[in-house]
Design a protein. Sequence first.
Length: 326
Amino acid sequence: MKSTHTEIEQLLGLAEKDADISREQAVGLLNIENGSEEFYRLLYTANAMSRKAYGNKGYVFAQIGINAEPCSKNCKFCSMGAEHYALKERWRKSGREIAEELETLLEDGISDFFLMTTADYPLSDFIKLSTGIKKKFSDNVRYVANIGDFNDDTALKLREAGFTGAYHINRLREGTDTSIDPKTRLNTLEAVKKAGLELYYCVEPIGPEHSYEEIADEMFRAKEYNVQAMAVMRRIPVPGTPLFGMGKISAMELAKIAAVTRIATKPARSMNAHEPAQMTLLAGVNQLYAEAGANPRDPEANTEKNRGLSVKAAWDMLWEAGYGKA
């Protein structure tokens, strides 16, 4: 549903005063025409909100994908789906390899560190490895697990291993573009909450076929969980994957979605858009990701050699947009 110019002005005026907006109003903002006067007014509002709330302070989060292996969940957008495995290599990183990469990431300045696996990675192996990795850095760096679905008991084990949070989401068209029951995803979200882990959420992977109503649903799911570090991500077409032919949304569209998400969810700590796009830093985004190892959006098994941004490059982008280190 499209809103009139007057309605948009009134709504953005309320947002600037920190008023909540409804799902219907968020859909109205998403329907703003890219490049229009209202579009730039939307970006200005989200940008102003973030500058004020975050004091022009930026964040770089870093993630290492610790295994490049076929995954039984067969997500249609992922380079590592077992039925369409797109990587030329298969491997698992050792604790020593991860520790060496982590040392460089920490030296370059990160605030949150993510360990990512495919859904089939053995939990016992992950807990053992991640416990050892935690000893390599101080408590002032948040430690985040990005793994497959898990129950309450596993959530507690993650806390015992030193994790402070978990990245977990109900992806767009979960159960259709993936082989995972959405109920399973939602149960994991509840397990994260019950264990007292910080939930990191993202509206993803956004493609041209997704409706604004679908996108708004995930925004407001994040709002229900009071997510402090929020994100939006566009789908990257990986050759050989089933959704390759669906294409991708533009950086302009991603910036608009990031702006509406910033306004609707009001994350207390940070707003991210992925993969990093300079334009989104004028739409309320103050946090970027550096990546190494395996990446679901990359046919290169070591994404730091291809799509993955380095910590230094991420900080350079934030600096260009006027953000300093938090």
